[in-house]
Design a protein around this ligand. Structure first.
Ligand code: S3P
Length: 429
């Protein structure tokens, strides 16, 4: 693997930039929007709620918002495809407005738990008109124009739950408080400030945060610059670590400390990653990374680190397969409710590749093969983009290439994945 690359724009920030654009009156300009299917579903939902959303050039989009308190009721079902983030954040928006909307998606999204969003929205006064068994999509939600100001402690560390409550709280006449025991990504809080809302965030307990949002702010349209997604950069990054003699440069990757748990872990494993030119771009810390092939060692990854690398465990498990010794990743219960049951999908994929792996409670334990992974086999991706990309990366460094049953889902988050990897030296067939 040789060369430099710029990964696509951050998915979390892309969803939020469109949604904040919808909630302002006037023109929001977005630079570096991820044009993956998940985000395009959010763009379509913003249109259905009254925004004019236009693509000016690759990655450059404008949103003419409908304005907080003035959203339209969508005529058709809001189809979010595979996108948990888009659907959950938009439930927050609808929950805080006196409109009715029906939410649905693909068979993966239909399995994902939505009660975690609907419960606080119900406390705020929204009404769940119907839901599929288990609190899943399709869901019909009637929001309220007067969301009650609540204090809500999230039951799991989840930026999606936090964001849904804050987005509903935007239209509340009072203040909304969210408490999280473990700090999750803070893009919503940062964007609230950027668009002119009054929001305070303070430490809570050992690892947590308390966020207080004053309702009914005058949101002002803004310019949003979206840096490269660390969760997408993770794939070429780990590929370069495990493919012998590799050296790549990843340009302008977002270095928000609530997103860099994978870097911390890989460095503990002995990865040769140089952080170059740390700087601020569009309000977020970014840096270029020089990554060289490395002999990795197994490590123990503490549960407290999970929120800062929640989407990176599948590719970390691939790195662990090439390391020397055992890697134990603790506290991964949330992986069971991602685009697939990622705990099961990762374990099954590693077994296909000849790697010894175990699940003990919520921990994943991978026996490293010290660089020699047999590979081969066919991995079931269960409509999960990160499972597909992780095992394709494993195949790059294994003795035999890996096959995945389906690569279409990669379009949800990383449309240029194949071309970008080929540019660095990968071969697909
Ligand atoms: C996201 C939060 C995380 C993450 C997801 C994106 C976000 O989910 O897995 O890919 O943008 O808020 P949880 O908040 O459910 O952990």
């Amino acid at each position: 693997m040789r060369g430099s690359l710029k990964p696509p724009g951050d998915k979390s920030m892309s969803h939020r930039a469109l949604i904040f654009g919808l909630l302002c009156i006037g023109r929001t300009h977005i630079e570096g929007l991820l044009e993956g299917e998940d985000v395009l579903h959010t763009a379509a939902a913003c249109r259905a709620l009254g925004a004019k959303v236009e693509r000016l050039a690759p990655g450059q989009w404008t949103v003419w918002g409908a304005g907080l308190g003035s959203l339209l009721a969508p005529r058709d079902t809001l189809d979010f495809g595979n996108a948990g983030t888009g659907s959950r954040l938009m439930m927050g928006v609808v929950g805080g407005h006196g409109i009715f909307a029906r939410f649905d998606g693909d068979s993966s999204l239909r399995k994902r738990p939505m009660r975690r969003i609907l419960d606080p929205l119900t406390l705020m006064g929204a009404n769940v008109v119907s839901e599929a068994p288990g609190g899943c999509c399709p869901i019909e939600l009637a929001g309220t124009n007067e969301p009650s100001p609540i204090t809500y402690q999230t039951p799991v560390a989840s930026a999606q739950i936090k964001s849904a409550v804050l987005l509903a709280g935007l239209n509340s006449p009072g203040s909304t408080t969210v408490i999280e025991q473990e700090a999750s990504r803070d893009h919503t809080e940062k964007m609230l400030l950027h668009f002119g809302a009054e929001v305070q965030s303070e430490a809570y307990g050992k690892h947590g945060r308390k966020i207080i949002l004053k309702g009914r702010p005058k949101l002002m349209p803004a310019e949003v610059i979206i840096p490269a997604d660390p969760s997408s950069a993770a794939f070429p990054l780990v590929a370069a670590l495990i493919v012998p003699e590799s050296e790549i440069i990843i340009e302008a990757m977002m270095m928000n400390p609530l997103r860099t748990g994978l870097l911390t872990t890989l460095c503990e494993m002995g990865a040769d990653i140089e952080v170059l030119d740390r700087r601020i771009e569009g309000g977020e810390e970014v840096a270029d990374l020089r990554v060289r092939a490395s002999a990795l060692r197994g490590v123990d990854v503490p549960a407290a680190r999970a929120p800062s690398m929640i989407d990176e465990y599948p590719i970390l498990a691939v790195a662990a397969a090439f390391a020397e010794g055992e890697t134990r990743m603790r506290g991964l219960h949330e992986l069971r409710v991602k685009e697939s049951d990622r705990l099961a999908a990762v374990a099954e994929g590693l077994r296909q590749a000849g790697v010894e792996v175990a699940i003990e409670g919520d921990d994943l334990i991978v026996q490293g093969q010290a660089g020699l992974v047999r590979g081969g086999g066919l991995v079931e991706t269960h409509l999960d983009h990160r499972i597909a990309m992780s095992f394709l990366c494993l195949g790059l460094a294994a003795e035999a290439p890996m096959a995945v049953d389906d690569d279409r889902m990669i379009m949800t988050s990383f449309p240029g994945f194949r071309a970008l990897m080929e540019n660095l030296g990968a071969r697909f067939s």
